[in-house]
Design a protein around this ligand. Structure first.
Ligand SMILES: Cc1cc2nc3c(=O)[nH]c(=O)nc-3n(C[C@H](O)[C@H](O)[C@H](O)COP(=O)(O)OP(=O)(O)OC[C@H]3O[C@@H](n4cnc5c(N)ncnc54)[C@H](O)[C@@H]3O)c2cc1C
Length: 452
């Protein structure tokens, strides 16, 4: 077998790279050991949004009930939802495979066993085979992280992939890890009827977000009745007599029907013999170090989650496409993606792009911030979802970051990304016409309110 480009991994990074390569007439093989779509389609972005969409009417009703303008019940049929999600994922994978065929990409269902500079060993249907290539794009992604004493046993202690297959809503769900994966899934199960106990070792929820965002999230989840334990140490997590049992460092034991372990991700970088080509595989986790051209070795790019730069699907796809353009000789300068937006979905949502206040201060920048509260926004008012804020970070008269928390704020991500990437001034922001009434006007107010 031979191809100019061997792409390993059919997630957003590898799949988008394959499309970009085929469109340029590059002879391309895409190797995927499991499912096209990778974590994003099968166990990540898409299935979680199916779940959150099913409880969105419940969140809307909460607002109307708060205003005493409506009441009712929303019943989530979890088995029907899981079946619908399964059918949707299958159909999407089929459409993706058809697109590869249409564009002339050689798709192989198999596993990379050993990567070489120009010849790699793969396994197809249990048989080893070799494939020659000029370059390889490794896009092998990531998997749920675990730590000693803190590991999914797939019985009562589940990872994010396991929990998406549950057909029964647990009465009581323990969630360990308050990053965006833990918080999105906790929101779904909370609105589907689970009592939520949330445990986070960092001193606050969503520890990589701005502190004001974390605080607003904690207030919102408290109102939803969650029992939250932050800044704790954990000594053991296991299934005991059909229950998840979590022992905290202070001697307390928390039990629940199920536990979601959402403590980060680990790269799929081991056992590929990449180090033999001179690549640097970092730390015990094994993130693949890449240079300014996303190269791990002179002939191997490493893109997407596996290089640990940004664990988001759109960042992965962007890197995959860029690596192809670099291989095709279209990119002459280092990889500079610009500000990458990131969102947590649900109700509330969060969004961020660019530098947060603490990051900018840590870089020694001269920083001011301006804010607006969603309570003053007519759309948030109409939905009875007035908790939250938009916060803008400025340096030397230019917008360097935006973050927000509250009802529907993920919709502010694209406009904020344009403004931050172009370093808009307050004058430019003031000159733009925002439609009325929209949530975007909360962004406008934050941009135009006095900065301090
Ligand atoms: C619950 C959850 C929710 C998420 N929600 C969002 C979201 O809303 N928005 C967002 O931007 N991101 C989200 N993410 C993150 C997003 O899924 C990842 O950033 C994205 O999937 C990374 O893409 P990738 O192509 O690098 O890797 P992956 O999607 O992980 O794909 C890698 C592929 O490589 C294959 N592979 C691995 N090793 C081999 C091998 N040796 N041989 C052949 N194939 C191999 C794997 O089977 C896999 O299909 C979420 C993640 C999770 C877990």
């Amino acid at each position: 077998m031979a191809s100019d480009l061997l792409i390993v991994g059919g997630g957003p990074a590898g799949y988008d790279a394959a499309l970009a390569a085929a469109k340029r007439g590059i002879s391309t093989t895409l190797l995927e050991k499991e499912h096209l779509g990778g974590s994003c389609l099968n166990w990540g972005c898409i299935p979680t949004k199916f779940l959150l969409a099913a409880v969105a009417p419940k969140a809307e009703l909460e607002g109307q009930e708060k205003m005493k303008t409506g009441s009712g019940q929303v019943f989530v049929d979890l088995p029907a939802l899981v079946d619908r999600k399964k059918r949707h994922l299958e159909a999407t994978r089929k459409a993706m495979a058809a697109e590869l065929t249409k564009l002339g990409v050689e798709f192989i269902h198999g596993e990379l066993k050993m990567i070489g500079a120009a010849r790699s060993v793969i396994e197809v249907d249990g048989e080893p085979k070799t494939i020659d290539h000029k370059r390889c794009i490794l896009a092998t992604g990531s998997r749920p992280a675990w730590h000693p004493g803190l590991k999914a046993d797939h019985d009562c202690v589940l990872n994010s992939g396991d929990i998406l297959g549950l057909r029964e809503v647990p009465k009581h769900l323990l969630v360990v890890g308050a990053g965006f994966i833990g918080l999105e899934l906790a929101q779904f199960f909370s609105r589907a009827g689970s009592k939520i106990t949330l445990v986070e070792v960092a001193p606050r929820l969503a520890p990589s977000e701005d502190e004001e965002i974390s605080k607003a999230l904690a207030q919102g989840f408290k109102r939803m009745g969650w029992d939250m334990h932050v800044g704790v140490t954990i000594s053991k997590l296991e299934s005991v007599d059909g229950q998840a049992s979590l022992s905290l460092g202070d001697g307390r034991v928390l039990t629940a029907d199920k536990c979601l372990l959402a403590v980060g991700r680990l790269p799929n970088s081991r056992n590929l013999m990449l180090e033999m080509l001179g690549a640097e595989v970092k730390g015990t986790a094994g993130w693949i170090h890449t240079d300014e051209h996303l190269l791990a070795t002179p002939t191997v790019y490493a893109v997407g989650d596996v290089n640990g730069r940004t664990l988001l699907a759109h960042a992965a796809a962007h890197q995959g496409e860029w690596a192809v353009r670099h291989f095709a000789g279209e990119e002459k300068t280092p990889y500079e993606p610009g500000p990458i937006p990131g969102c947590m979905y649900g109700a509330p949502e969060t969004m961020r792009v660019g530098l947060m206040q603490a990051d900018a201060l840590a870089k020694g920048m001269d920083v001011t911030v301006s804010r607006s509260q969603l309570v003053a926004n007519p759309i948030a008012q109409a939905h009875g979802a007035t908790g939250g804020l938009v916060k803008c970070v400025w340096s030397e008269g230019k917008l360097v970051g935006v973050t927000a928390v509250g009802h529907g704020v993920a919709s502010l991500a694209t406009l904020s990304t344009v403004m931050v990437s172009q370093g808009w001034t307050r004058k430019q922001c003031g000159e733009m016409i925002f439609p009325h009434p929209t949530l975007d006007e909360a962004l406008r107010s934050a941009l135009l309110n006095p900065a301090a």
